[in-house]
Write a protein that binds this ligand. Structure first.
Ligand SMILES: Cc1cc2nc3c(=O)[nH]c(=O)nc-3n(C[C@H](O)[C@H](O)[C@H](O)COP(=O)(O)OP(=O)(O)OC[C@H]3O[C@@H](n4cnc5c(N)ncnc54)[C@H](O)[C@@H]3O)c2cc1C
Length: 424
């Protein structure tokens, strides 16, 4: 069955994924002479960088999600369908989805990435992920449920395991999550659970490599360790996790740790749908693209953002999987498709790296902008400003601002709610 889309004489551009890249593409192409069909499995765009704040009760889930119907309201040229793309048939120029098939003239894959468990067997069953709003809400429920369960036992070993949180992956997401848990331990949980000795709560941040925030400067990395220690986070470097069975973290070196919660933020791979020949897929499951984001050997098929692997002299392993790359690639591709339509020459992609940052709880952040590096309160302010400006939707910006302001003044996390209890 074909998806019901109006017939047109215009070339049909199908954009799969309404993340950072997909939204920009749909927006910028909507003024061109194309029929744009935007497809996403959700009916909202997710601002992933703040998922960890939803998971730790700091932000409302709705404040980091933007309804796609609202996004297209003033752009009638975009046809939106909520669907899961299951297969791409490149020879026939057809996509298969859970609601039917669709032919395309041009295809833009902007499906982002998915969690990478590096082939581990048991771990994916028991580790908590943080790629979507429902996953962040599951984690929020699980954290709080474990404290409620801890009240029900006098077995100190069990109580300790229930209140031990292991975060795997020392990149920005792992660091920020561990910091947010540290804030909960310091300011919120002692008031909520006076019957528990919250000093016994343990937060472990585990990194396989020799340093935290490997993509940032040495100064940012060492300052992050100081900030995390102030929040009572235990840091394990050079400590790859081998397995986790829901109770015990097994390290490659033989050590073990009892913990009822393990949050996995140790890596992602390209979310490439089935059907694409392996010869087009490179390192990290990402699609091999040329400097115009066209999939090598497949004319009219483009990939942008996390799912695209463009190797250049400066980035021999592809660009970092971050929002600015997705936004810049999508903007240029939209321009190039319009230039192509007008018979003008195309411009190759060149990444403009505006810098990196991470926040570690209240008043603390690290920022690297080129050779300029700063840490502490001003960095935290810059981090907040950049994130606030990047959130999609005016209402969302306001809600996030109010939540942050409230959290700051009250030292509280008002959203520590178990709305939908988590069950494995
Ligand atoms: C927890 C977390 C924190 C992060 N923090 C930062 C940060 O601080 N700074 C930063 O720059 N980057 C950060 N990132 C990375 C950043 O979010 C990504 O680089 C960025 O989202 C990539 O944009 P994208 O458009 O390629 O994909 P995404 O934004 O992931 O969008 C992909 C879209 O495709 C849809 N989709 C996927 N598969 C299918 C399918 N088969 N069918 C239909 N729809 C599909 C998804 O629903 C999604 O809407 C973070 C990521 C995570 C997970």
């Amino acid at each position: 069955m074909e998806i019901n889309i109006p017939d047109t004489n215009k070339p049909r551009v199908v954009v799969i994924g309404a993340g950072f890249a997909g939204l920009i593409l749909a927006k910028k192409l909507s003024s061109a002479d194309f029929q744009i069909v935007l497809i996403d499995r959700h009916n909202y765009h997710t601002f992933q960088p703040l998922l960890y704040q939803v998971a730790t009760g700091g932000l409302e889930p709705g404040s980091i999600a933007h309804p796609l119907r609202k996004f297209i309201k003033r752009r009638p040229q975009i046809i939106l369908r909520m669907a899961e793309v299951t297969q791409i048939e490149t020879a026939e120029k057809v996509i298969q989805t859970n609601i039917g098939s669709l032919k395309y003239d041009l295809l833009i894959l902007a499906t982002g990435s998915k969690t990478n468990f590096f082939g581990q067997q048991q771990l994916p069953q028991f580790a908590m992920r943080m790629k979507t709003v429902p996953q962040a809400l599951d984690l929020r429920s699980m954290i709080l449920q474990h404290f409620e369960e801890a009240l029900l036992t006098t077995d100190m070993k069990l109580r300790d395991a229930l209140t031990t949180f292991v975060v795997v992956g020392g990149g920005p997401t792992g660091v920020e999550t561990a910091g947010a848990l540290g804030e909960l331990k310091k300011h919120v949980l002692p008031n909520d659970y006076p019957e528990l000795d919250i000093r016994r709560m343990q937060i472990h941040l585990i990194e396989a490599g020799p340093r935290l925030l490997a993509g940032m400067s040495d100064k940012a990395s060492s300052k992050t360790i100081d900030f995390l220690k102030e929040l009572d986070v235990n840091i394990w470097l050079n400590s790859p996790v081998a397995e986790y069975d829901g109770h015990t973290v097994q390290f490659a070196g033989g050590k073990q740790l009892s913990a009822a919660t393990l949050i996995w933020s140790a890596g992602v791979i390209g979310a490439t749908p089935a059907g694409i020949d392996a010869s087009h897929i490179g390192r990290g499951g990402r699609l091999l693209v040329n400097e115009f984001n066209e999939v090598q050997g497949l004319p009219g098929f483009y990939a942008v953002g996390d799912v695209a692997l463009m190797t250049t002299e400066a980035y021999p392993n592809g660009h970092p999987m971050v929002a600015p790359v997705a936004i810049q690639q999508a903007s240029l591709l939209a321009q190039n498709l319009k230039r192509q339509l007008a018979g003008k020459p195309l411009k190759p992609f060149k990444y403009f790296n505006k810098g990196s940052m991470a926040t570690i709880g209240r008043n603390r952040a690290v920022v690297d902008i080129g050779k300029v590096r700063f840490q502490g309160f001003f960095a935290w302010f810059v981090w907040m400003f950049v994130h606030l400006m990047s959130i999609v939707g005016f209402r969302n910006k306001m809600v996030v601002f109010v939540d942050w302001f409230w959290n700051y003044l009250s030292y509280d996390r008002a959203l520590r709610l178990i709305i939908r209890p988590f069950k494995r």
